[in-house]
Design a binder for this molecule. Structure first.
Ligand SMILES: [Mn+2]
Length: 568
C-alpha cells in the first residue's frame, strides 16, 4: 500500500462525535458499525441465537434426500460419502461420518479424490474408484454440482446419488439427480451463502427431524447436532464465505464451543483432535484467525501435498494417542508445504520484480511450481505488488494450471477478455483459476497485461478508505471490549478500519530491519508491518489502522495495527 495518496474516512469525526456526551463514545462507535451493515444483517450482531436457524423444509431436495438416506440406513445399504480436498470438503465429510456413527450405522465409507492420483474433483478416474467400492447410495459433500457426466455414469450402475453442494450451478453441467444446494433454482431456503459443511449441517437437521418420527427418542437420547458446530465453524471460516447471518451464527457458536471444550478435563468422543491441536499449538482460545492461519493450513496441507483423507482421519481420531500421531504426520506435511511454498514465493517474487516495471498485471511460471500451492503464492504476489497476479504451474494433465488473485480489480472480467486463449476458467471477483495450453501462454500473457494496463491506468494513485475517524484518546480498553461483539471477523465482516490524525509521533523502533513500532503510552503501541521509513516524524499524519489486543509475557497491550499512513 505504498502508493496511497490520501486516507479518507467514511464517517468523519465531525459527523458523529458529540463533545457534550464523551462517555458514550464506545456505544456510539458500536452503533455506527452496526448501522454500516444492511438492515437484515444487523440483528445477528445484537442477539444471535441458534433458534434463528431457518427450518430445512424450504431446502429444495431435502425431503426426498432424507427418504433416500433413511432407506439406506434401514436396509443397511452401502453408503459412500464423496468429499472435496479442501477444509470445507474435509469437515463436510467428517460431519456426515460423525452422524452415521452416532446412528450406529457402519456400512459406509468416505472418499476424497486424491489430486495426484485421480485429478482434481469428480473426474473419470474418481468415478472408477467410486465404482470399485460398489456403493448403493453416493452422497457428495461440498462438490458435485457441475459433475453431470460423472454422476450419470455412477447412476447407470444402479447406484443412487445425492449431491450436496454450495457452489454455483451451471446450466450445461447440472447433474440429473437429487440435489441439495441453496443456490439452485427454485430453492427457497432463505440463506444462500452457506459453506459446503453448512449445507450438510442443515440437511442433517432435516434428517434428524425425520428420525424423530421413526424412533421414540426419550429426553437426551436424540443426537444433538449443535454439539458438532466445531466442524461447521472450521469449514465456514476456512472457505471464506461471508461471515454474516447464519454463517456468523455457526462460526460464533462453533468457536465458543471449541474454546469451552479445550478448557474441560478430558475429551468427549470426536473431540480428541481439538485437545491435541490446542496442546500442540499452545492455543488457549479459538477465533477466526486461529482457524484461518493455524488449523486450516494444516488440514489443507494434507490435500495439497498428499491425501485429504489424512485430514479426515485426524479429525476423527478415536483416542488421544491416535490424534497425537496423526497430528504429527499432518504437521510434517504442513512443514513440507511451507518449505516448498517458501521456495516458490522466492522464485515468484524474483520473476515478478523483473516484470513489475514494464506493464501492469503480473504472471509468473516455473516448471518447479507445485500445483497445489499456486493460489497461495498468487495471493502473496498480489499483496506485495498490489497488482493482479497470476501463478502458473505444470499439471498432471499436461495442460498448464493457473491461479489468479486481485485486490481491487475484477479478475473474472480480465480473464473474460482473454478467454480465447484459455481452456476453461472459473472463480470469484478476486480469486480465479484456469487451465491453458502451453502454446497459448505467451499470447495470453500479452492480452492479460494489456487489459490490466488499460484498467489500472484509471486508478493510479489510490485513496485509502477508512471506516470511522476517531481521536487517539478514544482507543481505550473499554472500546476494545465493546468491539468484541463483532467477532468472529471474516469475509464481509472485517475489522473496522479507524482513522486518526496524529500531531507528532515519537521516533519509531525498527523491528528486524523492516517493521516499525511506536510506544504511544505504556500499554498502547502502534505497529506498522513492513512500514515505510521516513525520517520526518514530527509532521502531521493521517493514519488508518485496526485495533488489537496483544498478550505477551502476561502483559496485555492495546495495539494499533497500521494499514496506511500519509502525511497530512
Ligand atoms: Mn466449499
Amino acid at each position: 500500500m505504498n502508493q496511497v495518496a490520501a486516507i479518507v474516512p467514511n464517517i468523519p469525526l465531525s459527523t458523529w462525535y458529540n463533545e457534550e456526551s464523551p462517555n458514550q463514545v464506545e456505544e456510539d462507535i458500536a452503533q455506527l458499525i452496526i448501522e454500516s451493515f444492511a438492515p437484515d444483517d444487523r440483528s445477528a450482531f445484537l442477539q444471535p441465537s441458534l433458534e434463528d436457524i431457518p427450518d430445512p423444509v424450504s431446502l429444495k431436495g431435502a425431503n426426498i434426500a432424507v427418504d433416500m438416506l433413511l432407506d439406506a440406513i434401514n436396509k443397511n445399504k452401502k453408503v459412500l460419502i464423496v468429499g472435496d480436498y479442501d477444509v470445507d470438503g474435509i469437515t463436510s465429510t467428517v460431519l456426515m461420518t460423525r452422524f452415521l456413527k452416532i446412528m450406529k450405522f457402519s456400512n459406509f465409507e468416505s472418499f476424497i479424490p486424491n489430486r495426484f492420483i485421480h485429478g482434481y474433483g469428480l473426474t473419470a478416474r474418481s468415478v472408477d474408484e467410486i465404482l470399485l467400492k460398489n456403493p448403493d447410495l453416493v452422497i457428495t459433500v461440498d462438490n458435485g454440482i457441475t459433475a453431470k457426466n460423472e454422476i450419470d455414469r455412477i447412476q447407470k450402475t444402479g447406484a443412487k446419488v445425492i449431491v450436496t453442494d454450495h457452489h454455483l450451478p451451471q446450466e450445461n453441467s447440472h447433474p440429473d439427480c437429487v440435489i441439495i444446494n441453496p443456490k439452485q433454482k427454485n430453492c427457497s431456503y432463505p440463506f444462500k451463502d452457506l459453506s459446503g459443511v453448512g449445507v450438510v449441517f442443515v440437511f442433517l437437521i432435516a434428517v434428524r427431524a425425520a428420525l424423530r418420527k421413526q424412533f421414540d427418542w426419550k429426553e437426551g437420547q436424540q443426537p444433538n447436532l449443535l454439539h458438532h458446530l466445531d466442524l461447521v465453524a472450521i469449514g465456514t471460516i476456512a472457505d471464506q464465505v461471508p461471515l454474516l447471518g447464519l454463517n456468523r451464527l455457526f462460526a460464533k457458536y462453533g468457536l465458543d464451543q471449541m474454546t469451552r471444550r479445550i478448557q474441560q478435563n478430558g475429551a468427549d468422543e470426536f473431540f480428541h483432535y481439538l485437545k491435541v491441536f490446542a496442546e500442540k499449538t499452545h492455543v488457549r482460545f479459538f477465533d477466526s484467525n486461529c482457524i484461518a492461519f493455524r488449523l486450516a493450513p494444516m488440514l489443507n496441507a494434507t490435500g495439497r501435498m498428499k491425501d485429504a483423507m489424512a485430514g479426515v482421519g485426524f479429525l476423527l481420531s478415536e483416542t488421544e494417542q491416535i490424534a497425537i500421531s496423526r497430528y504429527n504426520y499432518i504437521e510434517r506435511l504442513n512443514l513440507k508445504r511451507r518449505k516448498k511454498q517458501k521456495t516458490m514465493v522466492k522464485l515468484a517474487i524474483e520473476q515478478a520484480s523483473r516484470l513489475v516495471e514494464q506493464k501492469q498485471g503480473l504472471l509468473v511460471y516455473d516448471n518447479s511450481f507445485h500445483e497445489g500451492l499456486i493460489g497461495i503464492v498468487a495471493s502473496r504476489l498480489s499483496d506485495q505488488f498490489n497488482q493482479p497476479s497470476i501463478v502458473v504451474s505444470d499439471s498432471e494433465s499436461g495442460m498448464l494450471k493457473a491461479s489468479a488473485r486481485t485486490k481491487n480489480e475484477n479478475i473474472m472480467e480480465i480473464l473474460q477478455e482473454c478467454e480465447m486463449y484459455l481452456e476453461g476458467f472459473g472463480g470469484h471477483v478476486n480469486a480465479a483459476g484456469f487451465s491453458i495450453k502451453k502454446a497459448n501462454l505467451e499470447k495470453f500473457h500479452h492480452c492479460y497485461t494489456d487489459v490490466c494496463t488499460r484498467i489500472m491506468l484509471n486508478h493510479k494513485s489510490e485513496i485509502f478508505k477508512a471506516d470511522i475517524e476517531v481521536k487517539l484518546e478514544m482507543l481505550t480498553q473499554k472500546l476494545i471490549d465493546r468491539l468484541k461483539m463483532f467477532e468472529p471477523f471474516g469475509q464481509e465482516n472485517k475489522k473496522t478500519i479507524f482513522m486518526l490524525q496524529a500531531q507528532a509521533l515519537p521516533i519509531p523502533i525498527v523491528l528486524t530491519g523492516k517493521h516499525l513500532k511506536w510506544i504511544l503510552k505504556p500499554d498502547l503501541e502502534m505497529i506498522y508491518w513492513n512500514g515505510v521509513v521516513t525520517t520526518d516524524y514530527d509532521s502531521r499524519f493521517n493514519i488508518a489502522f485496526t485495533l488489537s489486543e496483544n498478550f505477551y509475557r502476561g502483559q496485555k497491550k492495546r495495539q494499533l495495527i497500521v494499514d496506511a499512513m500519509v502525511p497530512s
